[in-house]
Design a protein around this ligand. Sequence first.
Ligand SMILES: [Zn+2]
Length: 493
Amino acid sequence: MCTNVFKFAAVLTAFLLGQLLTGWPNATSPAEAGEAPATKRVFRAGAATSNITPPVGLPTVGGWKPIPSTHVHDELHVRLLVLDNGKTRLCIAICDNVGIPRDVLDEAKRRLSGKVGLPIDHILTAATHTHSSVSAYGPSRLRLSEQFNDYQELIIGRIVDAALTAIHNLEPAQIGGGLAAEPTQVFNRRWFMKPGDHLRNPFGGQDKVRMNPPRRSPDLLKPAGPTDPQVPFITVRAVDGRPIALLANYSLHYVGGVERGAISADYFAIFADRIQQLLKADRLDPPFVGIMTNGTSGDINNVNFQASPPKVARYEKMRQVANLVAEDVFKAHAKVKFHDWVPLGAVRRELTLAVRKPTDEQMVWANELLARTDEPTNHLEHRQRVYARRFKRLAEAPEQIDIVLQAMRIGDVGIVGIPFETFAEIGLELKAKSPLPRTFVVSFGNGSYGYLPTPRHFEFGGYETWMGTNNVEPQTAPKIVKALLDMLGELRK
Ligand SMILES: [Zn+2]
């Protein structure tokens, strides 16, 4: 198993290096060969943002215990790009939130579609996964909301507002793709460790892999998976050269390092600000929009487990990461070949997945814990109560869920949306096998149902594979990869 994994990693590394050396995209690419010259078609682009900061006081999520928010460090936004080639119109809306459920995003698409006639298949919505935001979930991740709460309504309304503004801003434009890499800020957070207490899970067993192990532990053996250092991007400018928008993708979970109780859009927003500055795109009319999407970061953190923690002030680390990635993108931007027109397309499919269900024995364990009235006295006991509640929710959840998968084609570039916290190796496989010259994954796309490990990781165990952190059948990842490759194939035709 391990030898195969390393062979796979070596092939992927060679593939990634090849991609970096060949640049992206080619001026005369196979994807564009055969397209009729678009002499009469005008390519247009428009971008906009809208504020989705929740009221102070609602609980922030992303950690083990929700804490009421006490202040706003920086505002949360939906950042949105509309592309139109005279034949097809696409809309990509990226929201500063930890994860937005399908029904909220579907409703935003339905309302937008009703107003402007844009097919819902052509709208990709996703969360960035900032951990310092307020939950946009209703009572259950796996059951549709019967009624939207105030914060869900705010998000829905603001996605529509941003889209209407971006459509209003549409103007003749040129588009290009680029590829940067930043290998120094991504670390696989799942480690094989020597046997010991650190591998104990809340269910009374031992895992082989530990998430976020103690730094510089002598028991660290090796990471349980690869990282993806690529930073692919698409960039759009007006015909006079004025930057309109840049949408990038990096496979990093988030950075964090915020003050307790703070609302913040994390490094995603600082990247947007810094790339704007580097492109000399400050205070333009209409305003430039930078966008950072979350790639396949389910098992990737910004923590070097083999080094001592850096001494940094609050918010400093996220600034460092954002600045580095923005500078990489800016360097690659100088080599971008802009096109006057590119083909656009989108395909959407639903996939039915079995929900993981606790066994009778597991429910006896959960019910015993749920019946206890004393407070947990340590971290392990606290986690046990958390998973007991999650087991109960899964037992009450529907047997199956229908998820949305989406693929878009923008010239030579494929963008796919996956509604999970997707492991890096899934993104690498899709990049390697995609029929389009360049492809990247937007995680938390069109929904958010928890972690998405590959089947081999269920043998290793660890947080991301535990029932309640992962909610769907272990064969989900290969099913999703197969469906998305089919969909990209349709778009390639
Ligand atoms: Zn997370």
